[in-house]
Ligand binder design. Structure first.
Ligand code: CP
Ligand code: NVA
Length: 301
């Protein structure tokens, strides 16, 4: 494992190694132990989109590991004024020990990995959000004791989260059922790869997807970059593509609910269901820190 650009970069064994390390690091930090695995190392964190969790958890994670994070907004970098990725990657690789990037096109993080010479971590693109998936897997295992054979149901837009749930959860040994409106399906290549997998189901019916689910997840109807379509999307998604009481009644009685956040109450999830599962959702948010520290140690130590 040299980079973390998307969930298909990881084998099942690598996922479990990261989750085990994340559990250990979580236990240690809660016991007041902060081993400086990355003493003196620097991580550049490039943001072309907004962030609360990703920014703060990467910065705090680097500090807890004895390293130093640099927040680099694309508004202030020459990349925001058109300096090519291949030049930026080669320059930054000479100063930094690792780079985390949140941007639009997946090709940009792939190019950073191609032209740079330090580990690259995808902190969200339009295509994938692998750091969130590792935190979600960690949280499911924490609450359920296992991942193997559990059914995850995703209701909503076929976006970066949907793509990453399909690849990540199936690789980890879970079953995945995805419900999107017609025309909002996940990435076509991912669907082609998994369409024959007996553990994967794609439907336009959220109720079918929710049946006997162990974990119910959703995400915003309009992702960062989709702002211009937000009103149109509301019309398409409203009333049907929502995690609510009716959906939860179809899932298993002890089903958990996750949301990568930020959440829009009464859009993709009702306030009632959100608050009932707030302990799971905020543990998931916390686990971003521990899961990413495991990624940082694995890639940069
Ligand atoms: N879930 C997530 O990535 O949150 P931020 O956009 O706040 O980083
Ligand atoms: N799909 C959302 C996830 C935010 C963490 C987005 O890309 O905006």
């Amino acid at each position: 494992m040299k980079h973390l650009l998307k969930m298909s970069d990881l084998s099942k064994a690598e996922i479990y190694e990261l989750l085990d390390l994340a559990d250990t690091l979580k236990k240690e930090v809660k016991a007041g132990i902060q081993t400086p695995y990355l003493k003196g190392k620097t991580l550049g964190c490039i943001f072309q989109k907004a962030s609360t969790r990703t920014r703060v958890s990467f910065e705090v994670g680097m500090v807890q590991l004895g390293g130093y994070p640099l927040f680099l907004s694309s508004n202030d970098l020459q990349i925001g004024r058109g300096e090519p990725v291949e030049d930026t990657a080669r320059v930054l690789s000479r100063y930094l020990d690792g780079i985390m990037i949140r941007t639009f096109e997946q090709k940009e993080v792939e190019d950073f990995a191609k032209y740079g010479s330090v580990p690259i971590i995808n902190g969200l693109t339009d295509y994938a959000h692998p750091c969130q998936i590792l935190a979600d897997l960690m949280t499911i295992r924490e609450f359920k004791g296992t991942l193997e054979g559990l059914k995850l149901c995703y209701i909503g837009d076929g976006n970066n989260m949907a793509n990453s749930y399909i690849v990540g959860m199936l690789t980890a040994g879970m079953k995945v059922s995805v419900a999107t409106p017609k025309g909002y399906e996940p990435d076509a290549d991912i669907l082609a790869k998994y369409q024959a997998d007996p553990n994967f189901e794609l439907t336009n019916d959220p109720k079918q997807a929710a049946k006997d689910a162990d974990v119910v997840v959703t995400d915003v109807w309009a992702s960062m970059g989709d702002e211009a379509e937000a009103d149109q999307r509301k019309k398409v998604f409203a009333g049907t593509f929502q995690v609510n009481r009716e959906i939860m009644n179809l899932a298993k009685a002890d089903a958990m609910v996750l949301h990568c956040l930020p959440a829009h109450r009464e859009e993709e999830i009702t306030a009632e269901v959100f608050e009932e599962h707030a302990n799971e959702i905020f543990e998931e948010a916390e686990n971003r820190l521990h899961a990413q520290k495991a990624v940082l140690v694995t890639l940069m130590k």
